[in-house]
Design a protein around this ligand. Structure first.
Ligand code: FAD
Ligand code: NAI
Length: 458
């Protein structure tokens, strides 16, 4: 039978989480995927980048006499082994997701899907077309690297290409874009000993995050020998004698940076080309498919979640939206506060952020106080020596409820969840400080920052 209660298009973290939730509710569910199960996150995003960053950090420390280098200083760079390690992790996780779908009796339909009529999906594979019908269709087709019409940009690589494997270490690289992908790849290449130049069009690295995070990271990068140019809007990429030259418009005039390779990391665009081949077309917001608060598109029975429709393109957002969307479709409670979105960057030290920054609270007219602590004297930070580290906390001046946090320190990508938890449950700074922190941990600095915050709250 080719009829389902829910047919999901795209098996990334959004799509497969939604399909598993639908199966849990006892619904007859299918998921169409044209590439590998796991989507961008598992195959070309979160997981492969973190596997490579981890390996590169071990190599770097061995070379530089850091943590691992105390014990071993003669580690050789073995790129094939590094990429094989990354592939092994990806493959293991991918087969885990495939197993979950199988066990939940979600039908996995390989091929490329198109919505050809209301409640109708056509799936094409190797020239063969099959038609399916569904009570509800969920679009979870994700995103792909944005490549705007900048002359010569086709000479640059995307993250997708790098993650397929490198045949040799690069001597130098120019990274266009000082956002999340740019910063993570800058850390990776620097740790491999490559000369890195970052060109960011706006006035600081990570311009979507708290100003202090981007500014501190730029300082740290410069100390490590990276070239960081901000207010540098890239306008062209040209082949040259020594590789590629990237031309940009700087604050004081035109500039150029040359390197063996160029990485383009200037955002990702929603991927839904070819999904609506006929007259049926969804309403859009920019390039995103427009959805309402229940994830419904303008076409009855068609919903969208994740990178294809979301303003925030993160794996955990896609997954949370997937579960919420299915729950809402079948009248169940959402079960999660979708407005509290932690965001993490896996450079060193790690960066993590949630909720409001000081500037955002001010702009919104919310009375707020800031608590802060640096981790100079934190024992675990001294041992790991990741570079300048700090914690910044934001609380409401009157209610003392936590409003946000910006962390730049080791383990911050795990630590941030206690602030998300506090925000979701409207906990105050005083309530957060009630818990004893184990010693020695990076976490102890959270108590120091909370004490500072409570002092300021009065
Ligand atoms: P995707 O994961 O993009 O999956 C969409 C799937 O749909 C794909 O498998 C695609 O093949 C399939 N598809 C598309 N069209 C069709 C069609 N017509 N028919 C059938 N199948 C189709 N996020 C984090 O939270 N943390 C990170 O550390 C992180 N690191 C990242 C690093 C990099 C280099 C990149 C590029 C992204 C990273 N992200 C990270 C972002 C994260 O990968 C995405 O936000 C997430 O994968 C989006 O999930 P999704 O389910 O919406 O779409
Ligand atoms: P991004 O939006 O984070 O950063 C792109 C940067 O490029 C911006 O700072 C922008 O100002 C700059 N830019 C744009 N045009 C430019 C030009 N012509 N010249 C110079 N700079 C220019 O996008 P990015 O880094 O490509 O990442 C895409 C998405 O992937 C992000 O939205 C993020 O959510 C997700 N991601 C998440 C990760 C994580 O959670 N750790 C890791 C990697 C990606």
């Amino acid at each position: 039978m080719n009829h389902y209660q829910l047919l999901v298009i795209g098996a990334g973290p959004g799509g497969y989480t939604a399909a598993l939730q639908a199966a849990k509710l006892g619904l007859r569910t299918a998921i169409v995927e044209r590439r590998e199960v796991g989507g961008t996150c598992l195959n070309r995003g979160c997981i492969p980048t973190k596997a490579l960053l981890h390996a590169a950090q071990i190599y770097h420390e061995a070379q530089s006499g850091g943590e691992a280098g105390i014990l071993a200083q003669d580690l050789q760079l073995d790129l094939p082994a590094m990429f094989a390690h990354q592939r092994k992790i990806t493959e293991t996780l991918r087969s885990g997701v495939e197993g979950l779908l199988r066990n939940a009796k979600v039908e996995l339909i390989p091929g490329s899907a198109a919505i050809t009529a209301p409640n109708t999906v056509q799936v094409e594979r190797d020239g063969e077309r099959r038609t399916f019908t569904a009570e509800r269709i969920l679009i979870a087709t994700g995103s792909e690297p944005a490549m705007p019409p900048i002359p010569g940009l086709e000479l640059a690589m995307t993250s997708d290409q790098i993650l397929q494997g490198m045949d040799r270490p690069y001597r130098s690289i120019v990274i266009i874009g000082g956002g999340v992908i740019g910063v993570e790849f800058a850390s990776f290449f620097r740790q491999l000993g490559c000369q890195v130049t970052i060109l960011e069009g706006l006035d600081r690295l990570l311009p979507n995050l708290d100003r202090e995070l981007g500014q501190n990271l730029a300082q740290l990068f410069k100390k490590q020998g990276l070239n960081v140019y901000t207010n540098a809007m890239v306008q062209a990429v040209e082949p040259g004698q020594d590789g590629l030259t990237v031309r940009f418009q700087g604050k004081t005039g035109p500039g150029a940076a040359t390197a063996e390779k160029v990485l383009c990391a200037i955002g990702r665009r929603p991927a839904w080309a070819g999904l609506f081949p006929g007259d049926l077309q969804p309403e859009t917001e920019g390039r995103r498919i427009r959805v309402d608060s229940r994830f419904a598109t303008s076409i009855p029975g068609v919903y969208a979640i994740g990178d294809v429709s979301s303003t925030i393109q993160l794996a955990h957002v896609a997954a949370a939206q997937g579960t919420a969307c299915v729950n809402l479709m079948w009248g169940k409670p959402v079960g999660m506060d979708l407005s509290i979105v932690p965001s993490c960057i896996y450079c060193r030290p790690e960066i993590a952020s949630v909720g409001l920054t000081e500037a955002q609270a001010k702009a919104a007219g919310i009375p707020a106080k800031i608590g802060k602590c640096t981790l100079f004297s934190n024992a675990r930070t001294m041992i790991a020596n990741p570079g300048r580290s700090f914690i910044k906390l934001v609380a409401h001046s009157e209610t003392h409820e936590m409003l946000g946090a910006q962390l730049m320190c080791e383990h911050s990508t795990d630590m941030i969840s206690q602030i998300s938890l506090a925000m979701a449950n409207h906990l105050t700074a005083q309530q957060l400080l009630l818990a004893m922190r184990p010693h020695p941990t990076f976490e102890e600095a959270m108590a120091d920052a909370l004490e500072d915050l409570i002092r300021k709250l009065g």
